[in-house]
Design a protein around this ligand. Structure first.
Ligand code: ZN
Length: 199
């Protein structure tokens, strides 16, 4: 407690829940917001309200989007025969930043984890399988982290997809993605190289 009043305490408590912000950085952030009411606090409030009202998830690929299906899923310039499987929107944004991939995406919304009790039914796998069964998909690129969970998930999905058809090519981002590597933390050249040399 800082004795700053319940409104400010609440703001700080909520800010401290954001990734990378502990109680100390949350106090600094709250202070910065309150001191810069016109330039920061009010525009941020409006942006958050806007995001809360308009951002949804695409019912095809599972990414965050402001319309459903999302712009990527309906873009005729993108190759519908390729699906890149990613853990979350952070990984998708990293792939898009690099610009090496011109197909469609599938966002799993997590990774299988015995430790954290994440099971196949907790991921958006059924939708991926339905998309592949739809018939147009030729290649599924696994762009999952090089962690135990990432690789377990990739192999599980690959097994499921091979069970559907032997016409589908399943590829993996190549070395260059370090062990434990989260796509969002990699530099763009590394991701582009890992994509071009997928196997
Ligand atoms: Zn989509």
């Amino acid at each position: 407690m800082s004795g700053a009043g319940p409104e400010i305490e609440r703001l700080m408590a909520l800010l401290s829940k954001l990734p990378g912000l502990g109680p100390r950085s949350a106090r600094r952030a709250a202070l910065a917001l309150l001191k810069r009411r016109e330039q920061l606090l009010l525009p941020l409030t409006a942006a958050m309200q806007d995001a809360a009202e308009h951002v949804t998830t695409c019912s095809v690929c599972g990414r965050l989007a402001t319309r459903d299906p999302c712009a990527t899923c309906i873009d005729p310039a993108r190759d519908a025969s390729m699906i890149c499987v990613v853990e979350d929107d952070g990984s998708l944004w990293a792939m898009e930043r690099v610009g090496a991939f011109h197909g469609r995406y599938h966002v799993l919304g997590g990774l299988l984890s015995a430790l954290e009790g994440v099971r196949p039914e907790d991921l958006k796998l059924d939708r991926l399988i339905a998309r592949v069964q739809g018939g147009d998909v030729r290649e599924v690129v696994m762009a999952l982290p090089a962690t135990v969970e990432g690789q377990t998930t990739a192999h599980y999905i690959a097994d499921r997809l091979r069970g559907l058809s032997n016409q589908i090519e399943i590829t993996y981002l190549a070395r260059g993605v370090p062990v434990g590597g989260d796509l969002d933390w990699l530099d763009d050249n590394t991701i582009a190289h890992a994509f071009k040399t997928r196997r």
